[in-house]
Ligand binder design. Structure first.
Ligand SMILES: Nc1ncnc2c1ncn2[C@@H]1O[C@H](COP(=O)(O)OP(=O)(O)OP(=O)(O)O)[C@@H](O)[C@H]1O
Ligand SMILES: [Mg+2]
Length: 230
């Protein structure tokens, strides 16, 4: 029995005197899972994802990812954790518009000090795999939303992260592009990539999640493991 890749224990997060953003959250995620976090606006989904990404800290409780106690790490260790162990995909892609598609994808490898030749090889492979190789030399502004999100996924996968995190990855896409991204995430999970995604898109959860948790007012209200493929 291997340890879960994510272990969240008794986590509370308070930003101010009002209702906590997260309350008494306990969550374990196993390697190979695709977890979808659902819930209404303001229910704490992004807060939870940011805890797992080491972008935010709990007010109380512990967050362990890949054996690392994130709540105990300093900023430099967290930055390194983000560079080396996780990949992130956002609603609005967060690509750098002044860099070519290829250079955007290379950036995480460069920041991690990976050898340039190997990185270029991997970037080419990923762009090919995600169907955007012909845009390698273009700037992101020329691509469609769906293509930009594929580039963002390629960038997130560059350093072979243990964990792929996505916050509303289909939130800014038309329905055809959203369907492509759903399919892509499902494929990556089937190949073994552990994924945690936050979404309002129930089709996304249905198509690629092996497990769904629902947050309401910062608490886990439902936790459903899918046992039968749909
Ligand atoms: N940096 C912050 N400072 C103060 N309050 C915050 C901060 N980040 C989040 N909150 C509050 O915490 C609660 C949860 O916010 P969060 O962004 O996690 O919700 P969400 O479920 O992702 O919502 P949405 O679906 O709208 O993205 C909200 O009440 C929000 O206002
Ligand atoms: Mg959010």
């Amino acid at each position: 029995m291997t340890a879960p890749i994510i272990e969240i224990r008794d986590v509370n997060k308070k930003y101010d005197e009002g209702r906590p953003a997260l309350a008494d959250v306990d969550l374990e995620v196993n390697a190979g899972d695709a977890l979808a976090v659902l819930g209404p606006s303001g229910s704490g989904k992004s807060t939870l994802l940011n805890m797992i990404a080491g972008l935010d800290r709990p007010s109380e409780g512990t967050v362990t990812v890949d054996g690392l106690r994130l709540d105990r790490q300093g900023e430099a260790a967290l930055a390194r954790y983000r560079r080396e162990r996780i990949g992130m995909v956002f609603q609005f892609f967060n690509l750098l518009d002044d860099l070519t598609v290829e250079d955007n994808v290379l950036l995480p490898a460069q920041l991690a000090g990976r050898p340039r030749a190997l990185a270029r090889h991997r970037a080419a492979h990923l762009l090919e795999r995600l169907g955007v190789a012909r845009h390698a030399r273009a700037f992101p502004g020329r691509l469609s939303g769906g293509e930009r999100q594929r580039v963002a996924v390629a960038r997130a996968l560059m350093n072979r992260p243990r964990l792929l995190l996505a916050d509303e990855p289909t939130g800014a896409l038309d329905s055809a592009s959203a369907a492509e991204v759903r399919e892509l995430l499902a494929e990556l999970n089937q190949e073994g990539q552990t994924i945690v995604l936050v979404t309002h898109d129930t089709a996304l959860a249905a198509s690629c999640a092996t497990r769904t948790v629902e947050l309401v007012d910062g608490r886990i209200a439902r936790d459903v493991v899918r046992t039968v493929a749909e």
